[in-house]
Write a protein that binds this ligand. Sequence first.
Ligand code: IFG
Length: 348
Amino acid sequence: MLDVSRHFFTPDQVKRYIDQIAAFKINYFHLHLSDDQGWRLEIKSWPDLTKIGGSTEVGGRKGNLYYTQDQYKDLVTYAANRGITVIPEFDMPGHTNAAQASYGELNCDGKKRPLYTGTEVGFSSLCINKEITYKFVEDVVREVSAITPGPYFHIGGDEAHSTPDADYVKFMNRVLPIVKKYGKVTTGWHEFIKTTTDTAVIPQFWGTATSDANVAAAAQRGNKVLMSPANRIYLDMKYDKNTKLGLNWAGYVEVKDAYSWNPGAYLNGVSEASVRGVEAPLWTETIKTNADIEQMAFPRLPVAAELGWSTAANHNWDRFAPRLGAQGPRWKIQGINYYASSQVPWKK
Ligand code: IFG
């Protein structure tokens, strides 16, 4: 996953990252297209989402910081030509300030919110009891599903700290059927799974604990789980206390930490048969350039690919580390700004 909301990345910048992840057989690319700081994809029926919501980012840079639908379709094709399926995410009912700064009617008090260029989370919520909220959601899902050939639509659902629990359930009960209506399978940050017994939807686990009752209950019912534990595979986590970029709320994640877990056995009650896959999210509160992306994603993204594609029986750091080290000279020649972790025996 690449968060293009906190900081916007142009189509060419995204294509550079797509080329790099394709080299490691990554086969899904989750684009975090909306958040408090920015709405990044043109929605023809709600033009101010990008005109206003796509006009700035963390730190306050101004511009046309969004993709037209043609540019999005081009990215989808570019990824598909490299064996990669795009998963669009529109985070809701929280992380919605950019939309609520664009349209007053999306707020319970009818007033536009100010644009937000900070990095706090949890302060926004769509207005759950207004019908226009569900027209908005349906228009977004309809327009984006029509230009997304992949099977998945990500509805976010995380950190809805300003949405009362009962309202959160009410919201999801309205929205999950909308995604289905437009022929997509819902995936979302794992909090939403407590609102549905539909075994087709896919919770994306992003916690730091090794158990979650709602996710385990869903797995028992038959749901598949996408594994992204923040203290193992969040690429915006600092490597150690000296890392300039990134955050550390989930702890430090050195390369060996990112390798030393088994996605098929990480969560209590979630067996390997219930694990849909592994995803390495890169949140961009502190990430602005391709060099920044590369410093955080390399070498930990290839680690995620290894965990996703190889059997647990084949996991062995002493055997893997030299294979990772062999990539160093290639990344140097390609101009990839990788982190030369002291844990890896880099080939000269
Ligand atoms: N949690 C938030 C993200 C981002 C992240 C940074 C999720 C699902 C912390 N939600 O991770 O928006 O701020 O590490």
